[in-house]
Design a protein around this ligand. Structure first.
Ligand code: NI
Length: 135
């Protein structure tokens, strides 16, 4: 019997959507006002799929999942500029899509026992992007 369990954490960070290879007007055309530096209250939601361990009744200890998300992601991105301050985000435009992939990559080595997991990044209350390792 396979179930899904989830943990969400949040962080605040600044970003701007601006491709350094393009001119200001090209960036404005592509990204509008998101070209300007601005902030979001992000929410990261990690959903783990797996079997229930008969010994604990858990798919996964969600306190442990919380610790992993904080260690690998939140502590490194909270109150940062995502364009410049986080070495493992360098070279990626910090859209919700690219953040979901980068966060998934960070968690992958720490979640070897999960049969499958997904990372959903909420950029606003109305918008999110999700990645589950499908390439
Ligand atoms: Ni934005």
């Amino acid at each position: 019997m396979k179930l899904r369990v989830s943990r969400r954490e949040s962080f605040n960070a600044a970003h701007q959507l601006s491709d350094p290879n393009l001119s200001d007007s090209e960036n404005h055309q592509l990204f509008g006002k998101c070209t300007n530096l601005h902030g979001h209250n992000y929410v990261v939601e990690v959903v783990v799929s797996g079997q229930v361990d008969p010994a604990t009744g858990y798919v996964m200890d969600l306190k442990r999942l919380s610790d992993l998300i904080c260690e690998e992601i939140i502590e490194q991105v909270d109150h940062r500029n995502l364009n410049t301050d986080v070495p493992w985000l360098h070279g990626r435009l910090p859209t919700a899509e690219n953040l979901a992939v980068a966060f998934w990559d960070r968690l992958k080595p720490r979640l070897q026992n999960a049969t499958r997991f997904a990372v959903r990044v909420w950029e606003t209350e109305k918008t999110w992007a999700e990645y589950s390792g499908d390439g």
